[in-house]
Design a protein around this ligand. Structure first.
Ligand code: HSO
Ligand code: ZN
Length: 446
């Protein structure tokens, strides 16, 4: 056994014995590098792509991905079969997940346009149309993430986006993970951009000789990718929007005395293994020392058996167990933290859901690990992090459509609403606005 100093253990804080300030200090997210510093690095890269297109894009891929044999930055559909050579069990897993994600996102479609007659003869409607071209960023890095390609590609397909462009950094031999190619094929992607980082984002935002320009860029990424997404979405000349600001991944597990310590530890670790900057929080409800120790022991034991134990050590170092007396206190802290993932391993978990005010996605009860949502249940795993669950939704069908409104008035309708319009136009001293109504009403009285 490892010496105690090596024990992988979360620090503890007991709410009944701490000030509010101490509790919020313990829940502070690991701080990010200053946006300015990152922006200084990505701006020249973005400008280079705008000016030099494919040539610049390839040279960054040669440099950062070491894929020096690559001669074209884009792979166009139909993708060659030999690029999707996968074991049968992988195909099956992707197919099952694809179908569940498809079902859940298809159910988010609006059956028919929303229509309301606000006054007799005044009909307001709202209908949706797909965003025509979307760019989906699938990160490379320490893990390959075909699941992210599914989470972005399936709703884009369901929404009916005409052009789906996937971008992902190639491997050093210039190839792209076959799982990602297979997903790209299944969602009907038109192309795969073999590039990562700010350069991939810039290529999709502005287009190059071979990269299709897109209207919206979605998907997680490191701080360079995030900074590049922010940059291009602020450039009105690019005409591109993004999904949401991204930060490191996180989970908050609320567990009570009935929770199985092995289950709780496994959930904390599945998030902790994502990266050293991941944060995991456990809120222990009404637990005594014996329960808490059982949890600590499980966490250490399971962590030591993980291939990514070194990453886990890093993330556990800034993670915390918070001891509270009841579920009300737990929910108050959770809503304030606004976790990307919220796991409820408590008695009668479902009954607590109405108290959830801020969270990206909720996992209810002991049989629902976060992993099912990460891959296969059907819910989306592209979720707001870093407290942005207070104002952002995760990726969903609406992320791939615009809502358009319409009004349709009869003469009677214009009579009914006209006075209000003319009066407000008068207040704003916009005479042409007033006359657009009065001229019509006068024609009715002729
Ligand atoms: N938990 C991650 C998603 C993911 N997990 C991808 C495994 N692969 C962020 O929501
Ligand atoms: Zn995950």
């Amino acid at each position: 056994t490892a010496p105690d100093s090596d024990k992988i253990v979360m620090k503890r804080i007991d709410v009944s014995q701490s000030s509010e300030a101490d509790v919020s200090a313990a829940l502070k997210r690991p701080s990010q590098k200053s946006a300015d510093a990152i922006l200084n690095i990505v701006t020249p890269i973005i400008n280079d792509i705008r000016e030099n297109g494919d040539k610049a894009l390839l040279s960054y891929t040669h440099k950062f991905e070491k894929a020096t044999s690559l001669t074209s930055p884009v792979l166009r559909a139909p993708f060659p079969k030999e690029m999707m050579n996968l074991p049968a069990e992988t195909i099956k897993a992707i197919d099952v997940s694809f179908e569940n994600i498809r079902k859940f996102h298809a159910a988010q479609k609006e059956e028919k346009p929303l229509q309301v007659e606000t006054m007799p003869g005044v009909v307001c409607s709202r209908f949706s149309r797909p965003i025509e071209r979307v760019g989906l960023y699938v990160p490379g890095g320490t893990a390959v993430l075909p699941s992210t390609a599914l989470m972005l590609g399936v709703p884009a397909m369901v929404a009916g986006c005409h052009k789906i462009v996937l971008a992902s950094p190639p491997r050093a031999d210039g190839s792209i993970t076959p799982e990602i190619v297979y997903v790209a094929h299944k969602v009907g992607a038109e192309s795969i951009v073999l590039a990562g980082g700010a350069q991939a984002v810039a290529a999709m935002a502005y287009g190059t000789e071979s990269v299709t320009k897109v209207d919206k860029i979605l998907g997680p990424g490191n701080q360079f990718v995030t900074a590049a997404k922010m940059f291009v979405s602020n450039d009105t000349n690019a005409g591109v929007s993004i999904d949401m600001p991204a930060g490191p991944s996180e989970v908050l597990v609320i567990a009570d005395r009935d929770a199985n310590p092995a289950f709780v530890a496994s959930d904390l670790l599945s998030q902790a293994e994502h990266g050293v900057d991941s944060q995991v929080i456990c809120i222990a409800v009404g637990m005594d020392e014996q329960h808490l120790t059982a949890l600590d022991d499980e966490l250490h034991k399971q962590a030591m058996a993980l291939p990514r134990v070194d990453i886990v050590r890093g993330s556990i170092a800034h993670s915390v167990t918070i001891i509270v007396k009841d579920i009300e206190e737990a929910m108050r802290i959770s809503n304030d933290y606004a976790p990307e993932h919220l796991i409820l391993q408590i008695k009668d978990a479902e009954s607590v859901v109405p108290k959830v005010m801020n969270a990206g996605s909720v996992f209810i009860g002991q049989w629902t690990p976060e992993s099912v949502g990460d891959y296969s249940a059907g819910v989306n795993h592209s979720l707001p992090t870093y407290g942005f669950a207070k104002q952002y939704s995760g990726v969903n069908l609406a992320s791939f459509v615009k809502h358009i409104t319409s009004s349709n008035l009869t003469a009677e309708g214009l009579k009914n609403v006209g006075d209000a319009v003319m009066q407000l136009a008068k207040v704003e001293e916009l005479e042409a606005h007033r006359r657009a109504v009065s001229i019509r009403l006068a024609s009715l009285n002729k």
